[in-house]
Design a binder for this molecule. Structure first.
Ligand code: ZN
Length: 198
C-alpha cells in the first residue's frame, strides 16, 4: 500500500503506539490500515463414489484440477459462499451436509473452509472460471494435476474417511517450505478427525 484509501495521502510503514507490529499508517489523516487473512470457502461435492472436480480456466494453476472454492464475499456466510462458488465454477446446486476441513495457509494469508455437499439435482457444467467439470472416482483422480495442496489434502482425507465409513472434521496448517520449488508441509492437528479426539 502506497496511498491512504480514505484521503489519498502517502502512507508510511510503522508500529503505532500500543501495537506490536508494523502497519501502514496515513501521514495525513492518521488512519491505521490493518490487513488480515482472507477466507476461502468451497465444497467437496460427493456423488455416489465419485467427487466433483473443476479444471481451472484461470491463473494461478491454469489447467489443473480443483474443488469449487473461492473468496468469501462481504456480508456472506461461509455456507452461502461455498454454495455460490460451487454454482459459479461448476454450475451445480448443492446442499451442505457438514463442515469438513479448515486449513490455515499462513504464507498466503488465507484460511480455507471446505464443506461436504451433495447435488440438489444431477446437473453441473463449467462456469467461466472452469475449462471442464467432471466426476471422479478415487482411482481416476488426476493426483499429479491437482491445483493446490489444500485440495489434495481434503480429497485424501475424504477417500480415507469413505473407506472407514465415517467422516470427521479436520483442521491443520499448510506451510510453504523455503526454497524455489513449490514444496509444502501439511501439519494436521490430529492424526484423525477432531471428532475422534472428543
Ligand atoms: Zn489518510
Amino acid at each position: 500500500m502506497k496511498y491512504c484509501s480514505f484521503c489519498g495521502a502517502p502512507v508510511e510503514l510503522r508500529t503505532p503506539a500500543g501495537d506490536n507490529r508494523d502497519r501502514h499508517v496515513c501521514g495525513e489523516c492518521r488512519t491505521v490500515h490493518y490487513t488480515n487473512p482472507k477466507v476461502l470457502v468451497g465444497c467437496l461435492v460427493r456423488v455416489g463414489d465419485r467427487v466433483l472436480l473443476c479444471r481451472r480456466a484461470i491463473e494461478p494453476r491454469y489447467g489443473l484440477w480443483t474443488l469449487p472454492a473461492g473468496f468469501l464475499e462481504d456480508h456472506e456466510t461461509t455456507i452461502e459462499g461455498a454454495k455460490r462458488e460451487t454454482w459459479e465454477e461448476a454450475g451445480a446446486r448443492v446442499e451442505i451436509a457438514d463442515l469438513y476441513t479448515l486449513f490455515n495457509l499462513p504464507h498466503a494469508n488465507q484460511i480455507y473452509v471446505m464443506f461436504l455437499a451433495d447435488l440438489v439435482a444431477p446437473e453441473f457444467a463449467p462456469g467461466p472460471e472452469s475449462l471442464e467439470v467432471a466426476l471422479y472416482e478415487e482411482r481416476d483422480i488426476p493426483w499429479g494435476h491437482i491445483a493446490f495442496p489444500v485440495v489434495e489434502q481434503t480429497l485424501r482425507l475424504y477417500f480415507d474417511d469413505r473407506r472407514r465409513g465415517r467422516f470427521g472434521i479436520y483442521t491443520g496448517d499448510i506451510i510453504r517450505l523455503p526454497g524455489p520449488e513449490r514444496a509444502f508441509e501439511i501439519r494436521m492437528l490430529a492424526d484423525r478427525g477432531m471428532n475422534d479426539a472428543r
